[in-house]
Write a protein that binds this ligand. Structure first.
Ligand code: NAD
Ligand code: UGA
Length: 367
């Protein structure tokens, strides 16, 4: 059928020994960037996304339009749809899966806890079940999160540090993902590589994240809330620019071992790997705001809240020695440089909507 033809076309590599990658969450922020980067270097890419309305679905559609201009096709469907996933693996012999689909965000878990269980646990298991039965078995690289370090006070965080104090349900489901991955590696010999991303930002980013809605609110003259830690210190994040994260994802795919289908205990079987992908340079939220003020030439109306946001951790800070050693991961974008690129994209996408300047409308439709 026409659908099958599109699926095949999109996932067929154009370079010798190129990969055939299923990218879940391809209409998402990180997924759209990674899909484009893989396609541009000659790999075959098929996207999967359910286009849920956790945040403005028109932004996901705009990313989809961009991808389709580069011959990346996104199948609309859910991770929990077993027959659909099985069908995709029947049509395409995927060499790799880049699994980025998830219910992200820390606060939303207080409103909709089930969405985290459904996408991050049940959906992940469903994907692993289908991948384990596929022939060939793909190597899987998936998104974990810096949130697994929770209330850990080691500074910086290394992969071996404790991850038994999650501060949110989101973090708990990401941690569960790592445990689940271990079992599928151990029993079925699936090659699994987890990437702990640290607060990723950049063009085409997520409207639910602070840097994004701070930009919007500053331009619109609305006040922004700035939370403190329990001991009245500034909260800090190891903000990581999207292009650095994309390089890390591709590096992890390139060095992923082959799945063996024979169980993790056997000699030569694929190992479960987990890496930090951060920027190694935490920045206080106040500094994030002052950089945005400079780039937007507008003072923010700051509303300081003298307690932490529910589910928040006081700081994140990545040690990336392991990712550097294994695939040369080296973040190169500082926060000012990355935010400049974000703001440039934001204004070209939404137009300026400040109180003083009556610019173009933020419809979210213009790509
Ligand atoms: P995103 O929300 O932009 O992308 C996720 C995509 O997955 C969305 O397009 C969504 O529609 C899709 N999706 C969600 N549930 C699905 C399901 N059940 N079936 C099919 N599609 C589904 O988020 P992102 O920022 O691109 O994050 C990508 C991954 O990285 C996620 O796993 C997230 O938890 C993780 N992560 C992100 C950050 C960050 O700062 N952006 C940090 C740490 C970890
Ligand atoms: C981000 C992503 O949203 C998660 O999906 C991801 O898993 C996580 O990074 C990660 O690294 O693992 P977070 O760092 O909490 O989570 O990102 P934001 O919600 O954008 O918050 C960034 C900082 O801004 C936090 O320190 C938060 O306290 C602060 N903030 C947020 C405020 O001061 N005010 C707000 O209104 C919102």
């Amino acid at each position: 059928a026409a659908w099958e033809k599109q699926v095949r076309l999109s996932s067929t590599p154009r370079r010798t020994n190129g990969f055939s990658v299923l990218v879940t969450g391809a209409a998402g922020f990180v997924g759209s960037h990674c899909s484009l980067a893989l396609k541009k270097r000659g790999d075959g890419v098929l996207g999967l996304d359910n286009f849920n309305n956790y945040y403005d679905p028109s932004l996901k559609r705009a990313r989809q339009n961009l991808l389709s201009k580069h011959q990346v096709f996104i199948v609309e469907g859910d991770l929990n749809d077993g027959p659909l996933l099985t069908k995709l693996f029947d049509v395409v012999p995927f060499t790799h899966v880049l699994h980025l689909a998830a219910q992200a965000g820390v606060r939303y878990a207080m409103q909709n806890p089930q969405s985290y269980i459904s996408s991050n646990i049940a959906g992940f298991v469903n994907l692993l079940e289908v991948a384990k039965a596929a022939n060939p078995q793909p190597s899987i690289v998936w998104a974990s999160s810096s949130s697994v370090y929770g209330l850990n006070t080691e500074n910086p965080f290394a992969e071996r540090d404790r991850t038994d104090q999650p501060a949110s349900l989101y973090a708990a489901t990401k941690k569960a993902g790592e445990e689940i991955a271990h079992t599928y590696n151990h029993i079925y010999g699936l090659s699994l590589t987890g990437l702990r991303f640290f607060t990723v930002y950049g063009p085409w980013g997520r409207p639910d994240m602070a840097y994004f809605f701070f930009t919007k609110d500053i331009l619109q003259g609305k006040s922004i809330d700035i939370y403190k830690t329990h001991d009245q210190k500034e909260v800090a994040r190891d903000f990581t620019y999207i292009d650095d994260v994309v390089k890390g994802c591709l590096g992890a795919l390139d060095t992923a071992e082959k799945s063996t289908g024979s169980g993790g205990k056997k000699k030569g079987a694929a190992q479960l790997r987990v890496y930090n992908l951060g920027n190694t340079s935490p920045v206080p939220v106040g500094r994030l705001v002052s950089i945005l003020e400079g780039l937007l030439s507008t003072k923010a109306k700051k509303h300081v809240i003298t307690m932490p946001r529910n589910g928040d951790v006081p700081f994140t800070h990545a040690n990336v020695t392991l990712a550097f050693k294994d695939f040369g991961y080296k973040p190169t974008t500082d926060l000012s440089t990355g935010l400049r690129k974000f703001v440039k994209w934001y204004i070209s996408y939404y137009g300026i909507q400040s109180k003083t300047r009556k610019g173009s409308q933020a419809t979210g439709e213009s790509g």
